[in-house]
Design a protein around this ligand. Structure first.
Ligand SMILES: [Cu+2]
Length: 597
């Protein structure tokens, strides 16, 4: 069975169930209601200086089934919070659950006590209590907010946050829609974890057999010798997930309205727990104007990949009186989110079938710099690669290309002697990238051969250059490590909850951080309280981001100005990876009162 039939069949099945069997009324915020005319001044929205949010147990329905959810003010996604740069806001969060909760303001520059991470920034919000966050708004753009407690984010505890600039809007538009992408499962999140730990690739039901796929016999033998599966793209996928757009499943077909000739701004937020999406609107080019809330030089594309926790703002200009399908295809092609942009409710456009499932390449295995012919898969490694990352003195020149290997060498995937002594090599580290390379200019996984334009990080140029022009004075290597079979994830082989040493930064220090992915999965790495410059080596400058997707077997480097004193999480934003321990704390000292680390 190919992916197309799978996709069509599940769509038909869900369609037959329809919405008739729901049994209760779904409540959506106005902006997320189908047929929305977009964000308008007369729309009820959460704005002003005092905002009340109530976290509660709730129910959520999609595809004819209803399950347990945790919602904010009774809606999923949570309400849109709309603020203005320069204001101060007080957010009163009431916890009606029987467990602790929290809200983290993703991408917002706040005092660290207001960052909302239990055990790091504050104690959390106890059941039956209200916590008031208060902070000045020092930025503008598209952001979001979500629980940082347990696995609540998986069951609906997330919503969009838009900040209007104090001055002129960098991108002119006539109408705007918020597009929140997410993944929903009727399994309890703890059941998801149990299944992930019990069986390697439990949710991956698209396994490549000996008789299918495009791989040669030699390639298949290589993969099986390495005890790895090139179809392991996502840990949790469409076999359990419904992919939602603004809280609506594909058949509910959330529709956003436009008038032909308008410039329509779409604020994409990937609020998924685990799903990286490929986004396209067939027939309609998209001009990217913001990435992670920060303005970029407008760049036109036909498709972009949005990793978990990233945001992209795009402008589209539909000129004719027709509908367009908005497609958010899961990275492993196990399903899609689908919505429609149309001049009138009820209009639809063709839905492209799911494309062919991608498989991992040698580059994804961390052998990016190697000559593939003559590869020794057995694992007789010669260590001493060194110099994988850019020396900081090259950073300011903007020509740095981290991760270029010196020469082709023969390594195995499990040659742990390649790891530097700073990495703890135990059962939690099951593979090593022998030759990791900078992949920030690569097309994202699975989009390598698409005939149309595909956005890469190299296409992103900041509209306003980063304020700190100093070259970094120190380099920190962080290895993204894991044991896929046992679902263990960590930085440098040490899990957060097993006493990983915090990363200590001097206040106002400028550091180069090299994220070296020793696993075969994408990891969206996010730092709280700061934006960084993603080192792309492009003459047009380095984009300013809060989250970077580090490709399998790849290196991504960023330059950070440690200007926010406090304790800040640095973690993989795949919820179950973070939960498994792929997280650490960055301590920036001294504090204002002189407190050292
Ligand atoms: Cu991860």
């Amino acid at each position: 069975m190919n992916d197309t039939t799978l996709g069509r069949r599940s769509l038909l099945r869900a369609g037959a169930l329809g919405l008739a069997g729901l049994g209760f009324d779904m409540k959506f915020p106005a902006w997320a209601t189908t047929g929305s005319a977009g964000l308008r001044a007369d729309m009820p929205t959460l704005a002003g200086e005092d905002i009340r949010l109530r976290v509660a147990h709730d129910r959520f329905s999609v595809g004819g089934r209803t399950g347990h959810a945790i919602t904010i003010n009774g809606v999923l996604p949570a309400p849109l919070i709309r603020l203005r740069e320069g204001q101060t806001v007080r957010l009163h969060v009431e916890n009606t659950l029987d467990e602790d909760t929290s809200i983290h303001w993703h991408g917002l520059i706040v005092p660290f006590q207001m960052d909302g991470v239990p055990g790091i920034s504050f104690p959390g919000i106890r059941p039956g209590t209200t916590f008031t966050y208060e902070f000045p708004i020092r930025q503008s753009g598209t952001y979001w907010y979500h629980s940082h407690s347990g696995l609540q984010e998986q069951v609906g505890h997330y919503g969009p946050l838009v900040i209007d600039p104090a001055g002129a809007e960098p991108a002119a538009y006539d109408r705007e829609h918020v597009i929140v992408l997410s993944d929903w499962t009727f399994l309890h999140p703890h059941q998801v974890i149990t299944k992930l730990k019990q069986k390697d690739a439990y949710f991956n039901r698209q396994k490549q057999t000996a008789t299918t796929g495009e791989m040669s016999v030699a390639e298949r033998i290589s993969w099986s010798k390495m005890r790895m599966d090139p179809a392991d793209i996502s840990d949790v996928n469409g076999s359990t997930y419904s992919f939602l757009i603004n809280g609506h499943g594909p058949n509910e077909n959330w529709t956003g309205l436009f008038r032909p000739g308008e410039r329509v701004r779409l604020r994409f937020i990937n609020a998924s727990a685990m799903t990286i999406f490929n986004v396209r609107i067939p027939g309609l080019p998209m001009t990217v104007v913001l990435a992670d809330g920060q303005p970029v030089r407008p760049v036109e594309t036909d498709e972009f990949q949005i990793s978990v926790a990233e945001t992209y703002d795009v402008i589209v200009e539909p000129t004719s009186d027709q509908a367009y399908s908005l497609i958010a295809e899961a990275i492993d092609r196990s399903g899609m989110g689908r919505a429609t942009l149309a001049p009138r409710v009820g209009m639809t456009a063709a839905i492209p079938p799911l494309r062919k499932r991608p498989t991992l390449s040698m580059r994804d295995m961390g052998m990016g710099g190697m000559d593939m012919s003559g590869m020794d898969m057995g694992g007789t490694g010669a260590p001493a690669m060194g110099g994988a990352a850019c020396p900081p003195e090259h950073a300011a020149m903007g020509h740095c290309k981290p991760g270029q290997p010196a020469a082709p060498m023969h390594h195995g995937m499990r040659e742990k002697s390649l790891m530097p002594p700073t990495v703890k090599v135990g059962v939690g580290v099951d593979m090593v990238s022998a030759m990791p390379v900078d992949r920030t200019g690569d097309r994202p996984l699975g989009l390598e051969k698409e005939p149309h334009r595909v956005l890469t990080y190299h296409d992103l140029a900041p509209l306003v250059p980063f304020h700190d022009k100093r070259p970094p004075t120190r380099t920190i290597d962080i290895h993204l490590t894991g044991n896929m079979g046992r679902f263990m994830w960590s930085f440098d082989g040490r899990k957060m909850n097993e006493g990983a040493e915090p990363i200590r930064l001097e206040r106002d220090e400028r550091v180069r951080v090299n994220l070296i992915n020793d696993t075969m999965m994408n990891h969206p790495i996010h730092i709280h309280g700061h934006f960084f410059e993603l080192v792309t080596g492009q003459d047009h400058g380095h984009p300013i981001k809060h989250t970077v997707n580090v490709m399998p077997g790849g290196i991504a480097s960023f330059d950070l100005t440690a200007d926010a004193p406090g304790d800040w999480p640095l973690h993989c934003h795949l919820l179950y990876h973070m939960h498994a321990g792929m997280m650490n704390v960055v301590k920036v000292r001294p504090m204002d009162d002189g407190e050292a680390a």
